[in-house]
Write a protein that binds this ligand. Sequence first.
Ligand SMILES: [Zn+2]
Length: 464
Amino acid sequence: MTTIYEVEHLHQPDGWLSPGYLEVDAGGTILSVRADRPGGPVHHLAGFGVPGLSNLHSHAFQRVLAGRTEFVTAARAEDNLWTWRKEMYRTVDRLTPEDYEAIAALVYLEMLQFGMTAVCEFHYVHHQPGGLRYANAAEMSDRLIAAASRTGVGMTILPVLYAHGGIGKPVVDTQKRFVHSVDDYLKLLDTLRGRRTANRNLQVGLALHSLRAVAADEAKAALAGMRAMDPQARLHIHVSETTHEVDEVQAGLGARPVQWLLDNIGLGPEWCLVHATHLDDSEIAGAAASGAVAGLCPLTEATMGDGFFPLVEWHDAGGNWGIGTDSHYSTSTAEELRILECGKRLELRRRNVIARSEADGRETHSGRLLFDIALAGGEQCSAQGGGALVAGRRADLVILDPNSPVLLGHGPQTALDAWILGGTRNPVRDVMVAGRWVIQGGRHADEERILGNYLAAVARLKSR
Ligand SMILES: [Zn+2]
């Protein structure tokens, strides 16, 4: 049983089909894409059909902190990532499995509503407060998987290995919820790989929290163990988010973080370097050439005051990148890409900072370019099997409403420029994940319950 969609304008890797015919099988895979109308019944979809984007970095629970740390007091005269982390740890101390699931469901719902069809969840709250294990060692992971299943978003779960409170330092009390031995960590990965039989849109990858929290021998043992289970596994790490972190790694390990990874672990296309904000020329050259993806979280990095990724230098070195929404000050594809592009325009005092003119005179459009790069980077980091509307890929389809004020009067050539850089309202109307509609007319079938559960979780967190 296959379904055929006639999409008014269908995004393709090299342009658009207007209209494009998309044939999807019962398992949610794209069988064919063509310009000629096939026989049989056809479902017509007005608007612009683009591939769903994989969000490459999320800590879903941090959504409850958005808007709650935007003030100063005498006690917080200096406010940065590290003072914010104290507030985040206060939340961690009170978080239950029920809260974790309720918050994640809201975040995943929001992602879907902005056209993100998969999420890489960098998940580090594993145990009870104080570090006591839950009866089910995968309790908190299972809560995230349940939230993904309820909303329909694809998930690449990245349980995080966390062992130290800084280079050579023991963990503090709050961090005890995060800690595994390498053996227990690998057992958790193995358990979660077993969950894929019940959720076909689930992938399992490895995450090292950072070079501050994982020692070299632990990183190597975990990587070897994961590669023995899955040689293709995706590998994520927080790296070089702040100059403070660069200095700590330089002092403790004798090299800047990305340089240390290049020299001691080795990087390749399976790696996602989350943030990678502070890079020197040698790190840019080495990491870009390795094929690793820079996992940019522009709005989170902006709210933390981290610094600004060297986008133009990285792009010109041929580096891959994608976007994540990290602490979820925003879950909007357009907002994340816009602050990246427009922030650089402010800094560099010029327009269209990464678009380059084509020798044949064709126009290169920044909105389209930013979206296509983030699309490829997201798929590379999530291994979800989507990322393009072509035969053999998962049918993750996002329909942008041509009647949204953002897109009124636009055709395919400028539609993505308008969405990403040109307007305020969210034009995402319908979202399909693996052949199944999860958002229609901007709404999710389970939306009321998801919002209600989130509100209840926030109330519980405030009262504890
Ligand atoms: Zn993060």
